[in-house]
Design a protein around this ligand. Structure first.
Ligand SMILES: *Cc1c(COP(=O)(O)O)cnc(C)c1O
Length: 444
């Protein structure tokens, strides 16, 4: 048992982490970078233990993965049991029940009161790629619409769908064709004000889609119901509904990319449920596997059956260990009401962050849902000029004190909080005290 407490035994990084950083430099591609160079030897709940024995509060959850907590007991037990029976056969070659049971769970949990089917993959990007494949096969159309600030992955097709060049796309082109980027309903930065955002953004969307692409060339609209890497942007209320109606009118597949926001993170099983919108296809990954790699594409049965038999798959997709882990993670979310817990985390974070925003005018906006909350940092003069340097300094200040925070945003000026949903509230309060200290220090 790891005590759920922040403990600093050495200065950071300790000698053990420093030694590993040296070995890493010699052998790991420099292109795999970022992070705090603290090397982890154990983790439980919301605590990461580094090789020097320091205990860190994890507000990143391995980028939204450890929603059920690190080393969640049900997940550990299920994976151990599966590993002692069999580890891999390939579902396309020698199938097994865990794959089917997980697809049943996905059909049951995802929004939409209609017959649903799923296919399982290894990572979020792969689920998104397959959503595009399925939508194209179903509609017989080529074009895909994505949005400003979107993040959909790092494979060739998903790089094309991702908005930000640095660091995700620089030097990696040419990119896949027939991907069109249209404006996102980003309330905080909408030129005529948040109250006009949904309608104006949709009008611009519909006009550009008509003039620049043509509705009957469009297979899919792919959108994150809350944008993740792009800065935890919650679309203006009503925008998703307008998109849904427009897609229905034109026979276009609406894909909700719930890779980051799905599985109880936002206080509901799926973030799109807050919008009272039912998508045709949903991509999931991150939290789905309770720490093991797995991704899914779930949606309307007739759409999911459109590709040719054998058209979807992969060697490792829906690996037995990952299926066992995902089933255990879903059971944990259900029996511990982790969606309800995300709502309580939201209350705590908004209370603490709004209080900080009163003190620090550099906090331009506190936003997000459930345990997916962010602050956007800007110049304190009302201009909303992004402050990436302050963001970096605050994240580093938290890191030095044993609180792991992640930054994000197209302008690199957003600090996002994605704690495990099982986090002790005392630990979360402690993390907020640390954030406050780091802010005071960074502003000087
Ligand atoms: C992380 C992420 C992806 C890519 O998932 P990987 O597992 O890293 O391939 C896709 N979409 C969204 C919204 C994500 O947050």
């Amino acid at each position: 048992m790891i005590e759920q407490k922040r403990i600093l035994r050495t200065s950071l990084p300790g000698t053990g982490s420093a030694a590993l950083a040296e070995r890493r430099k010699a052998t790991v591609s420099a292109a795999v970078s970022g992070g705090n160079d603290l090397y982890i030897t154990a983790a439980e709940g919301a605590i990461l233990v580094d090789v020097d024995g320091n205990q860190h509060i994890d507000l990143g959850s391995g980028i939204g993965v450890a929603s059920v907590g690190h080393s969640a007991p049900r997940v550990v037990e299920a994976v151990t049991k599966q590993a002692t029976s069999f580890g891999h056969t390939c579902f396309m070659v020698s199938p097994y029940d865990g794959y089917i049971e997980l697809c049943e769970q996905l059909a049951k949990r995802t929004p939409g009161d209609f017959a649903k089917k799923s296919a399982l993959f290894n990572a979020g990007a792969e689920a998104v790629e397959n959503a595009v494949k399925v939508a194209r096969a179903y509609t017989g159309r080529p074009a895909v619409i994505v949005f400003d600030h979107a993040y959909h992955g790092r494979t060739n097709l998903t790089m094309a769908m991702t908005a930000k060049v640095q660091p995700y796309k620089d030097g990696f082109g040419p990119f896949a064709p027939e991907i069109y980027r249209l404006p996102m309903a980003y309330p905080y930065r909408w030129p005529t004000g948040a109250e006009n955002c949904a309608e104006e953004a949709f009008a611009e969307f519909a006009s550009k889609a008509h003039i620049q692409i043509g509705e009957d060339h469009i297979a899919a609209v792919v959108i994150e119901p809350i944008q993740g890497e792009g800065g935890f942007i919650v679309p203006a209320p009503g925008f998703m509904k307008l998109l849904r109606e427009w897609c229905t009118t034109h026979g276009i597949v609406l894909v909700a990319d719930e890779v980051q926001a799905g599985f109880c993170r936002t206080g509901k099983w799926f973030a799109i449920e807050h919008e009272d919108v039912v998508p045709d296809l949903i991509t999931t990954a991150k939290a789905l596997g309770g720490g093991l790699p797995i991704a899914a594409l779930t949606g309307r049965a007739d759409i999911m059956d459109a590709p040719v038999p054998g058209g979807l798959g992969g060697t490792f997709g829906g690996n037995p260990l990952s299926c066992a882990a995902a089933l255990a993670a879903i059971e944990t979310m259900e029996s511990e009401d982790l969606a309800g817990r995300a709502v309580q985390i939201e209350e705590l974070l908004y209370r603490r962050l709004n209080a900080m925003a009163e003190k620090y005018p550099q906090i331009g906006e506190v936003r997000g849902r459930g345990a997916m909350i962010a602050i956007e940092l800007v110049a304190p003069d009302g201009s909303k000029t992004p402050d990436a340097a302050l963001t970096k300094a605050v994240v580093a200040g938290c890191g030095r004190r044993g609180v792991l925070m992640l930054s994000c945003g197209s302008y690199g000026n957003v600090i996002r909080m994605l704690p495990p949903l099982v986090i002790d509230f005392a630990l979360l309060e402690d993390a907020m005290d640390v954030l406050d200290e780091a802010f005071a220090e960074a502003i000087g």
